[in-house]
Design a protein around this ligand. Structure first.
Ligand SMILES: [Zn+2]
Ligand SMILES: [Zn+2]
Length: 380
């Protein structure tokens, strides 16, 4: 590209424009001509590169000075700035510098900061009783770790990885993209972006630099946790993959321990409340009684019921539900009374009950009105 157009003209700014004005104008034009917005438009691509070239010169005070004094001639002696040969990746990285990270950039995954490794997930099961106090669990999981033998470089101890012949150590290669119209820079397939390849493989990891290891951890499960909630154990995931780490190390990912709470046969959880069904005999319900309600934590709590208590009545006992996850009071124990009719009677019982039956009177409107509501609801 033998651009002879004036750089100030290309960026639509005055010769006296400030660095900020130049940046703003470049940003606007780069957006306008960006290949992502103009797929297949060769003119736009040309303008995009032209703007990038002009910006690269005018944003650098030293080169801008030389350009002002000597024009395009003044830049000839500077090697490495022929945009015709310049790799589009560099244009995009310049573009990303302005836009900040991958936003609006052409590469989609222009990352900033250290690359984190993968997160892992494992599952544990606890009982509802354990929800009350919290518990600890040993969790065992497998993860890819840095191979100790080769310290992660994949080379047999005593040997070193060598410069990748495919990318000559750069870690990136150019590839034709968008029907050959555009050159794309991708991670080198030979060295997977590392820039180095291993000739003598480490025997332990077969050159991968990573090895699958079993790890056991003690995980604290807080009281009040719910079924399906996860505990995040920071830094117990995998180290970053070697191909994601052109330089140095990055932090490990996290381990997520998903907690399953087993169903209990007598207590059902409802948020921070526990629901339980308590049997009540006909005579207790009729006369009134003190019932003993078993608790999830063991032991019993007394529950007074009045004379004439009905089947299905609900009583709430505070302080005997589940604890709140981040400390605080326990919820309520919700008791649902079930009137149990005896299935078998001995002779004495039958006689007593028969005598009672002769005195009993039941009218149609003694039926629970709420029962009618329930029946209606079941049809609607
Ligand atoms: Zn190894
Ligand atoms: Zn390579």
């Amino acid at each position: 590209m033998s651009t002879t157009r004036c750089y100030y003209e290309v960026l639509s700014v005055e010769r006296s424009a400030s660095g900020d004005e130049i940046k703003r104008s470049y940003r606007r034009l780069a957006m306008k001509f960006h290949p992502d917005r103009n797929p297949g438009d060769e003119e736009a691509e040309k303008s995009f590169k032209e703007c990038a070239e002009a910006y690269e010169v005018l944003s650098d005070p030293d080169r801008r000075g030389r350009y002002d004094q000597f024009g395009h001639e003044g830049l000839r002696s500077t090697p490495g700035h022929d945009f015709n040969r310049m790799n589009p990746d560099d244009i995009f990285s310049m573009f990303n510098d302005i836009f900040g990270g991958g936003g609006g950039g052409g590469r989609g995954r222009a990352r900033r900061g250290p690359v984190r490794g993968y997160d892992l997930e494992t599952q544990i099961e606890i009982t509802l009783e354990e929800v009350l106090e919290g518990t600890t669990r040993e969790v065992e999981f497998r993860r890819l770790d840095v191979c100790d033998t080769c310290e992660g470089n994949g080379a047999k101890p005593g040997t070193r990885p060598v410069k990748c012949p495919t990318c000559e150590g750069v870690g990136k290669v150019e590839q034709a993209g968008l029907g050959g119209m555009f050159r794309m820079v991708v991670a080198c397939p030979n060295c997977r972006g590392r820039g180095e390849v291993v000739t003598d493989h480490c025997g332990d990891c077969r050159g991968a630099g990573r090895i699958s290891v079993k790890r056991t951890l003690e995980v604290r499960v807080p009281a009040g946790i719910s079924h399906g909630q996860a505990i995040r154990v920071q830094g117990e995931g995998e180290p970053p993959r070697p191909e994601d780490l052109p330089e140095g190390n990055g932090p490990r990912g996290d381990l997520h321990v998903v907690v399953g709470v087993e169903e209990h046969d007598r207590f059902q959880r409802d948020g921070n409340d526990l629901v339980t069904v308590v049997p009540v005999a006909f005579a207790q319900a009729a006369l009134g009684a003190t019932l003993e309600v078993p608790l999830l934590e063991g032991g019993v709590v007394e529950l007074e019921i009045a004379a004439g208590t009905q089947h299905g009545e609900i009583h709430r006992i505070p302080g005997h539900g589940c604890p709140r996850l981040r400390g605080g009071e326990r919820g309520e124990l919700v008791t649902v009374l079930q009137l149990v009719v005896p299935r078998k009677l001995n002779e004495d019982q039958r006689n007593l009950l028969s005598q009672y039956a002769e005195t009993e009177e039941l009218e149609i409107h003694d039926a629970e009105p709420s029962l009618w509501t329930r029946i209606k609801d079941s049809f609607s």
